[in-house]
Design a binder for this molecule. Structure first.
Ligand SMILES: C[S@@+](CC[C@H](N)C(=O)[O-])C[C@H]1O[C@@H](n2cnc3c(N)ncnc32)[C@H](O)[C@@H]1O
Length: 175
């Protein structure tokens, strides 16, 4: 009976990841170690202020940013329940008081407080983000996007990873 309960919970958790992947349009696949290193290096472009990760997945990048910037607010938005729950528990376990994690669509979130936005999304998600950014104001803000570009913006810098696809990491200055 106990085993059945555990199996049911594992099955439902797995199904929830599949359900969100199909509905959101992207799985919670983490950035590669190379992408993470490139994003961490690129993040130095934005001096101070809060950092927001748009779709923080399992927190691999979020917590790498939190370790690099222990004195800045590091905020993650994630829709998928299981990755969100995992990052939420991780934050409490390791007492990362400067990290905030919300199970929320970042398209409905307040983004103007951040000096740096970071994402690894998908083409349709980048279109939606572009529309959202048109209504977000603030000076000296940057967006770092792994793999996918903002269609109507020109990056101030593009780094190509030394991987199979020469994956691009774009840096945009938003205003
Ligand atoms: C490819 S994963 C990247 C995860 C993490 N950023 C990383 O680099 O390791 C993209 C994540 O964005 C989340 N996501 C996509 N659109 C979202 C939205 N509008 N609001 C919140 N999360 C979103 C997905 O659920 C998924 O977990």
């Amino acid at each position: 009976m106990f085993e059945l309960g555990v199996l049911t919970i594992i099955g439902l958790a797995g199904l929830s990841v599949v359900w969100f992947t199909l509905n959101v349009g992207i799985s919670p696949m983490p950035s590669s170690a190379k992408a993470r290193r490139a994003i961490l290096a690129a993040s130095e472009v934005a001096g101070e202020g809060a950092i927001i990760e748009l779709g923080s997945g399992w927190g691999t990048l979020l917590f790498a940013l939190a370790r690099k910037y222990p004195h800045r607010r590091v905020i993650g938005y994630e829709l998928s329940w299981l990755p969100w729950l995992y990052t939420y528990l991780y934050k409490f376990t390791f007492r990362l008081h400067h990290v905030e994690i919300y199970r929320q669509n970042f398209l409905t979130a307040e983004l103007s407080s951040a000096s740096l936005l970071v994402c690894y999304l998908f083409p349709e998600g980048m279109n939606d983000l572009q529309q959202k950014l048109a209504g977000v104001h603030g000076a000296n803000r940057y967006l770092i996007s792994s793999t996918f570009a903002l269609p109507a913006y020109s990056p101030v810098q593009t780094t190509r990873l030394n991987d199979l696809y020469n994956t691009p990491v774009y840096i945009y200055q938003l205003g």
